[in-house]
Design a protein. Structure first.
Length: 201
């Protein structure tokens, strides 16, 4: 069972392509100090306008989107809040999140609502790709397919997923244990990039 106790803020989505870059010999990579042009906010920090989820678990509080499970409303299966403001094909999503130590959640994308046999009244069960989050820092950043093939890549890995067999690791730049030190117990940044059938967390 996942406990979606994540607090999300500053969610922005880039779905429209900007003008193509024309390189010059003198150009060198630069560090960005602000968001790239083209990002659009998908959360107004005041209401759940454009979002749909069970209000027992989801609310806006002090400018952030809060998902919370308490002893009085424990879930038996995952329930998500769904952005209904569009269906982007290729996109980038940037957001900040904070999660409690016992929390286990995720940011689903290219997902569909599915029936929930464990909790039939749950109208927000989903199947699809997920940027995994957890307060104990075991799974943050993993590519997990909810109600599907499960772990497609753990943090630090580049993998190739072909139907009918387990994902294959093509390369890695660090171990999952080494990268466990990156998320903090405070606010963290997430950046998801999806182009065609390629996803980068």
């Amino acid at each position: 069972m996942k406990l979606p106790i994540a607090i999300l803020a500053s969610a922005t989505l880039l779905s429209a392509q900007t003008a193509p870059y024309a390189p010059k010999q003198s150009d060198r990579p630069e560090v960005l100090t602000v968001d790239e042009p083209g990002f659009q906010p998908i959360f107004d920090a005041k209401t759940l306008a454009g979002w749909e989820g069970n209000p027992t678990y989801w609310r806006v509080e002090n400018g952030v989107l809060v998902g919370e499970i308490t002893a009085a409303n424990v879930i038996k299966s995952n329930t998500f809040i769904i952005w209904r403001g569009g269906s982007p094909a290729d996109f980038e999503l940037k957001l900040d999140y904070r999660i409690t130590e016992a929390g286990n959640s995720g940011i689903n994308y290219r997902s569909v609502v599915v029936p929930d046999p464990v909790t039939p009244e749950n109208k927000f069960a989903m199947k699809g790709y997920q940027f995994d989050l957890d307060g104990r820092r075991r799974y943050d950043g993993n590519n997990y397919e909810e109600k599907g093939r499960l772990f497609l890549a753990v943090r630090g890995q580049m993998s190739r997923v072909v139907g009918g067999r387990p994902p294959v690791v093509l390369s890695s730049f660090a171990t999952s244990d080494e990268l466990a030190a990156v998320p903090t117990s405070d606010w963290n940044a997430a950046h998801i990039i999806v182009r065609g059938n390629m996803a980068t967390h």
